[in-house]
Design a protein around this ligand. Structure first.
Ligand SMILES: Cc1cc2nc3c(=O)[nH]c(=O)nc-3n(C[C@H](O)[C@H](O)[C@H](O)COP(=O)(O)OP(=O)(O)OC[C@H]3O[C@@H](n4cnc5c(N)ncnc54)[C@H](O)[C@@H]3O)c2cc1C
Length: 348
């Protein structure tokens, strides 16, 4: 069986790129091991244009954000499933100074696209927001599990659910041969799995563990609340709340420390008891040292590529960068310098 591309990994990265390539008429196979660290299956799925403690426009926002909604809506139409939830994000102010600062920000042109309203008083008796807050737009969340499951049906003829081992890989003529599949090119989209690869294992990945809770609590607004932690209403009084960031503890498994941190931050946001904790999950984000993705071609091996390193923001990065990568692979266009792995060729 001869194909154009063999992709390794069907998280959001492999799914988006696989779709773009298939849609462009290329023949593909995707090998994905449905166990181990699957960051996408744990993620909250938020996309948020204004982030960080200092609340700045997220890196590349003006390129990334116009692609998000059209891309996921196209895939909703394709699969007949619903997974994109466009919702505003409300961020309470902590001080009057912060309120004033935001009044100033609101006049800046670059922010206006993402700013819905600024409130100077509390928006709900259940919120600890006595100084008001800012309501952001162009934000929301992706139900990643529904997205991935729906796309698995779309890839039913292309998806192979097993572990990919480089021990089984051979080079024959112009092909990479893997268990009877003859692929012209290989693309690693396997998140932290790429750290085990002989091609890309030496790239500077910088994994970050995250823990996340699902819990029952009253007060179910139609917006996401975000300050220290985010709180997303999933329906039926169930909220997803998180996440923690740890570069030091990379052990798989939930910790009481992270649970208490999330609950304490939630308590400083919402003035209500938690009725029940439903789940506590952990995953490891495929982040990189300079916090930019890894896109590009291996400098020595023939036709071996990587599309990885989406860190804490896969949902917002992947629509734009999968297009860039697909155009590069089949149209020969270039990859932005910031994300091209050429910046780390001295590591490979
Ligand atoms: C707690 C937490 C919260 C997060 N919240 C958000 C959020 O709100 N918004 C956001 O945008 N991002 C969030 N993220 C980050 C997000 O999960 C990642 O950016 C994104 O999922 C990365 O996708 P990926 O496809 O590159 O990697 P992954 O999802 O890890 O997918 C890689 C796939 O490759 C497979 N694989 C690996 N090695 C092999 C192999 N040898 N053979 C076969 N298959 C293999 C794995 O099984 C997996 O299915 C969060 C992450 C965590 C942990």
């Amino acid at each position: 069986m001869e194909i154009d591309f063999l992709l390794i990994g069907q998280g959001i990265a492999g799914t988006a790129l696989g779709y773009r390539l298939k849609h462009a008429g290329k023949t593909i196979r995707i090998i994905d091991q449905p166990s181990g660290n699957q960051s996408s299956r744990i993620a909250a799925g938020l996309f948020n244009p204004i982030t960080g403690r200092k609340m700045v426009k997220t890196w590349f926002a003006d390129f990334l954000f116009p692609e998000i909604s059209p891309f996921y809506k196209e895939l909703e139409k394709l699969t007949g499933k619903s997974f994109l939830h466009e919702k505003p994000i409300y961020r309470p102010f902590l001080t009057i100074e912060e309120q004033n600062e935001w009044m100033g920000n609101s006049a800046e042109e670059g922010f206006q696209l993402y700013l819905d309203s600024i409130f100077t008083d509390s928006q709900n008796k259940n919120l600890r927001d006595s100084f008001g807050g800012v309501m952001l737009k162009k934000s929301g969340w992706l139900d990643i599990n529904i997205f991935l499951d729906s796309m698995q049906e779309y890839f039913s003829k292309e998806l192979i659910q097993e572990y990919f081992s480089e021990m089984e890989l051979k080079r024959e003529d112009e092909f990479w041969v893997y268990k009877g599949i003859r692929a012209r090119s290989l693309i690693y989209c396997n998140g932290l799995g790429a750290m085990e690869s002989s091609f890309f294992g030496s790239l500077p990945f910088a994994p970050v563990k995250g823990e996340i809770l699902e819990l029952k609590q009253d007060f179910c607004p139609d917006y996401i609340v975000n300050r220290g932690v985010f709180r997303v209403h999933l329906g039926n009084g169930i909220h997803r709340v998180g996440s923690t960031y740890s570069k030091h503890d990379l052990e798989v498994g939930a910790t009481d420390e992270a649970k208490n941190e999330i609950l304490s931050k939630l308590n400083s946001l919402v003035d209500l008891p938690v009725n029940e904790i439903i789940s506590h999950k952990t995953g490891i984000r495929p982040a990189t040292r300079d916090r930019k993705p890894f896109l590009g071609k291996h400098p020595k091996a023939k036709s071996v590529y990587i599309f990885d390193g989406f860190g804490a923001k896969g949902v917002s990065l992947v629509p734009y960068f999968s297009k860039m990568m697909c155009d590069y692979l089949i149209g020969g266009t270039s990859i932005s310098k910031e994300v091209d792995i050429a910046r780390y060729f001295n590591y490979i």
